[in-house]
Design a protein around this ligand. Structure first.
Ligand SMILES: [Zn+2]
Length: 206
């Protein structure tokens, strides 16, 4: 059994594909996983120092949780100094850390976000839906794409920027985002700043 020696064009890493089935197909399995994730998170809160309650939990805490989970990850993510950086199928081992694959984190956040609201949390206060978390996930996705040699531009699909997403900040400035003109800027200025901050946090992992 050696799937890695196949065509070479496929990514042999099973970690890569979000194994999460669409909720409709396997509801009970999804529910079970969601419950497990939720319990894990609650336990994380209980062990948190300084003490942290769900009510006081912010997007930053959620990001902290995701970073904590990296120690249990199984996806090799090459650091920029590694000779295998950007190489999809490295010829040998290296000492780069294992992390949680972006797809796993993304699916996890989706489940926790649902669990939070099912447990009575207000959607507006949902820390798993925080913009900082979304930006962090995007950073992880882009960073892993680069580190693992997945063509960056190709991978970045041109998906329609939802206006709700752009305007969710509710801050002032140009209220009407240029929705009708050719390209909707994928990021507002404040998002850029936040992104830089998150990137810094992310890079400090290395
Ligand atoms: Zn490496």
């Amino acid at each position: 059994m050696d799937p890695a020696s196949g065509s070479g064009s496929n990514d042999p890493n099973p970690d890569e594909s979000p194994s999460e089935a669409p909720g409709a197909a396997l509801p009970s399995r999804y529910e079970a996983q969601k419950r497990r994730d939720w319990n894990t998170f609650l336990q994380y809160l209980r062990n948190h120092k300084p003490p942290l309650t769900l009510a006081r939990c912010s997007g930053a805490h959620v990001i902290e949780f995701l970073r904590y989970l990296d120690q249990f990850g199984k996806t090799k993510v090459h650091v920029p100094g590694c000779p295998h950086f950007g190489c999809p199928s490295p010829p040998g081992p290296c000492a780069c850390p294992l992390k949680q694959a972006w797809g796993s984190l993304d699916a996890l956040i989706g489940r926790l976000r649902a669990a939070y609201e099912e447990s009575g949390g207000e959607p507006e206060a949902n820390p798993f839906g925080a913009r900082a978390v979304r930006i962090y996930l995007r950073e992880v996705k882009d960073g892993q794409a680069k580190a693992r040699g997945i063509p960056y531009e190709k991978k970045k699909r041109k998906r329609p920027t939802t206006v709700a997403e752009v305007e969710s900040s509710g801050r002032g400035g140009g209220s009407a985002v240029a929705t009708t003109s050719k390209t909707v800027p994928s990021m507002t200025r404040s998002q850029m700043d936040e992104k830089k901050m998150v990137l810094k946090t992310f890079l400090s992992l290395y």
